[in-house]
Write a protein of this length. Structure first.
Length: 260
């Protein structure tokens, strides 16, 4: 009984003080790591997201400023500086994969394979959707969950990881977990709704969100060719179809009201 109490006290002290010390007992250390990961402050998760995106940028072919893809993205996004007071930055990954994703530090990455298949308004609908995930703190939650999962598996040390800087191997584990993140149905719906409002407020075609989702659904039905395993835009085919129908109905309702 006394031993159990001493272990519990040790874990409590290490978690509360965030003392950067490793315990030789793997089970106790794993418990400490998970509890520390669960207790991360939002600003720590944002710093972790910034480290992750630097890691991702270094391992992908990023379009240079004079690249046609980068010029197109800059033309479309140059006026959007922040969402919910989070500064935004945009880059293109040169890859045939069809994807886009956002991280909690305000980074939005768009794959050239997606840009090839979308009109400007449809592309901005997808970007608006990713802004919605930042605004709604979904990206923050996904990064926190990825870190917590990695800590639970022993791949990360919460004692030194988020606070002292993640190693390349730790970032690799975090990237794997974040790549596998899937937002809930309600999170996707809220991001779609944010994108719809974003389109309307900024003079884009309000039907663009539904059209973009329909195009993604069509691509997914053709099989895995050209569709990234890191696809966060949709996770199941029927759900994408329902989202597309939902946004199409919302756009039609909005346009009918304008005609009155």
């Amino acid at each position: 009984m006394l031993t159990a109490l001493l272990i519990a006290l040790l874990i409590y002290v290490l978690v509360v003080t965030r003392w950067p010390v490793r315990i030789p007992h793997p089970g106790i250390q794993a418990t400490v790591d998970v509890l520390k990961a669960a207790d991360l402050r939002d600003e720590e998760v944002v710093r972790m997201a910034a480290a992750y995106i630097r890691y991702a940028d270094a391992r992908n072919e990023v379009a240079t400023e004079d690249d046609p893809y980068a010029r197109r993205l800059k033309r479309l996004t140059d006026r959007y500086e922040a969402v919910n007071r989070v500064p935004l930055n945009f880059k293109v990954y040169k890859t045939k994969d069809v994807n886009a994703f956002a991280t909690a530090d305000g980074s939005i990455r768009v794959f050239s394979g997606l840009m090839d298949r979308m009109t400007d308004d449809q592309l901005m609908a997808i970007i608006g959707h990713e802004m919605g995930h930042i605004r709604n703190h979904d990206s923050l939650g996904a990064m926190r969950k990825a870190y917590l999962t990695s800590a639970a598996r022993g791949a990360l040390s919460a004692a030194g990881g988020a606070l002292a800087g993640l190693s390349a191997s730790q970032l690799g584990s975090l990237a794997e977990r974040y790549a596998g993140a899937r937002f809930s149905q309600q999170q996707e719906y809220r991001a779609d709704d944010f994108s719809f409002g974003f389109l309307v407020r900024n003079g884009y075609d309000p039907r663009a969100m539904g059209e973009a989702l329909e195009r993604l659904q069509s691509l997914s039905m053709k099989g895995p060719s050209g569709v990234s395993d890191f696809m966060q835009l949709f996770s199941t085919h029927p759900e994408t179809a329902r989202r597309a129908e939902r946004m199409r109905h919302r756009a039609e309702t909005y346009l009918r009201r304008l005609e009155r």
